[in-house]
Design a protein. Structure first.
Length: 99
């Protein structure tokens, strides 16, 4: 292994950006089903004080979280649609019912 220097840094940076471009292209969805605006509006319509889920999170956690959380959820949900797959952990069975 070579010691760190500016040339290696530039090589690693170039490699990163080349790989990042390919990665982003494969995840790009031309038609988004979910938008940040849609998710924000849905969250704002949810009533406060409801019971928590399996992870002890309430709607208020999402409503009052940093806006980047809504952006991440939007991308995640669009990837679910794009790949036609929702992970099993999104429908865990608890006491005979799915949440």
């Amino acid at each position: 292994m070579y010691p760190f220097n500016g040339n290696h840094n530039d090589e690693f940076k170039d490699t990163f950006f080349r790989k990042r471009e390919k990665y982003a292209e494969s995840l790009t969805c031309k038609e988004q089903i979910f938008s940040v605006e849609l998710l924000s509006n849905l969250l704002n319509k949810m009533k406060n004080g409801k019971a928590t889920g399996l992870n002890d999170l309430t709607w208020e956690h999402l409503k009052y979280s940093h806006p980047i959380i809504i952006t991440i959820l939007c991308k995640l949900f669009n990837l679910f649609v794009l790949n036609s797959h929702v992970p099993e952990s999104f429908a865990r069975e608890v006491n005979g019912s799915y949440t």
